[in-house]
Design a protein around this ligand. Structure first.
Ligand code: GRF
Length: 206
């Protein structure tokens, strides 16, 4: 499965995908890493594994649509088209219909909370502050709303009273590193079907 990975930060989810591919547990090839931040450590991870990368700064473009079109062009040029998948791994920007039309039902995101609870950029902190007893992470297909599209897989962690983001966040991140490659592998096996906003996981080989 040809994939493009979009990052904005440390890229530990990118690393988990790279590791599963190198172990032979994930049947994908990263054709391109795009970062919208020049300082993102994810870029270094791409370099370390000889993966092509591009830094596309949204500040260089006149509109969200123009930026999205530049990403679409770069991803297409890298060989990720109708057969491939785009993976948002800590990519801190909303995409527009320009992007979603180019990759209809082919964009996944990971969110560090159990959606629809605690959408937004501070999922771990918001869950810790609220005092929920369980949080976790969600991999979902991306639609036009933030942290909203059809859910593919979720994983849960217990939360302790008085815990902060610093304690909860790393435990959630560990789960992210497990479930994101799993979701991508299911996609690679053509086992995910979206119907009425629900994702069905089909039995392998059917
Ligand atoms: C993860 O917690 C992800 O869920 C969130 O941003 C963080 C990215 O971490 N959207 P990394 O860049 O993969 O290390």
């Amino acid at each position: 499965l040809p994939i493009a990975v979009l990052v904005s930060g440390s890229g530990s989810n990118l690393q988990s995908i790279i590791d599963r591919i190198e172990e032979g547990a994930l049947d994908a090839e990263i054709k391109l890493v795009i970062s919208n931040k020049a300082s993102a450590y994810g870029i270094q991870r791409a370099k370390d594994h000889d993966i092509p990368y591009r830094v596309l700064l949204h500040t260089d473009y006149p509109s969200r649509e123009a930026f999205d079109q530049a990403m679409v062009d770069a991803i297409h040029e890298a060989g990720v088209t109708d057969e491939g998948l785009v993976v948002m791994a800590g990519f801190m920007r909303m995409v527009t219909p320009v992007f979603l039309k180019a990759f209809a039902n082919r964009v996944m995101n990971i969110h560090p909370a159990l959606l629809p609870s605690f959408a937004g950029v501070n999922g771990q902190a918001d869950a810790a502050d609220y005092g929920v007893k369980i949080s976790g992470c969600t991999v979902h297909f991306v639609d036009e709303q933030m942290d909203h599209g059809p859910v593919i897989i979720q994983a849960a962690v217990p939360c302790q009273a008085g815990e902060t983001e610093d304690e909860l966040g790393p435990r959630i991140l560990k789960l992210e590193h497990r479930v994101f490659p799993q979701a991508i592998q299911w996609f690679a096996e053509n086992r995910l079907r979206i119907e009425n906003r629900h994702v069905e996981l089909r039995v392998a080989g059917r």
